[in-house]
Design a protein around this ligand. Structure first.
Ligand code: FES
Length: 115
């Protein structure tokens, strides 16, 4: 069974989960990592679940389009949207004290000149 280690707010929370587990779904039914995992929509929109992967990221599937759209360059810093991941191996992750602000879903339209 995968072991999950979650760092948040200066604390470390550890627990085991079944294979092929979505941590946001588990938290939604009040199982570990509830109540310590921050999340919101569960659908890859709000980025509240964004976490830095500290260990085990090599076992995760590549970021999907929602993660690429919401996280952008943060992906390079090791951030993932936890609601978009199914865990099959040990994973260590950290959530920042403040949630990430998701990038806009589409590039801003350049404003017209005022001349
Ligand atoms: S919970 Fe909203 S993006 Fe993951």
């Amino acid at each position: 069974m995968p072991t999950i280690v979650l760092h948040r707010g200066g604390h470390v929370f550890e627990g085991e989960v079944k294979e092929n587990t979505n941590l946001v779904v588990r938290a939604g039914i009040k199982q570990f990592p509830y109540p310590n995992l921050r999340y919101g929509c569960g659908m890859g929109k709000c980025a509240k679940c964004a976490s830095r992967i500290l260990k085990g990221g090599e076992h995760l599937t590549p970021p999907n389009w929602k993660e690429r759209e919401r996280l952008g360059p943060k992906l390079e810093d090791g951030y993932r949207l936890i609601c978009q991941l199914w865990v099959n191996q040990d994973l260590e992750l950290a959530q920042d004290d403040q949630p990430l602000q998701p990038l806009a879903s589409s590039p801003a339209v350049p404003s017209a000149g005022t001349t």
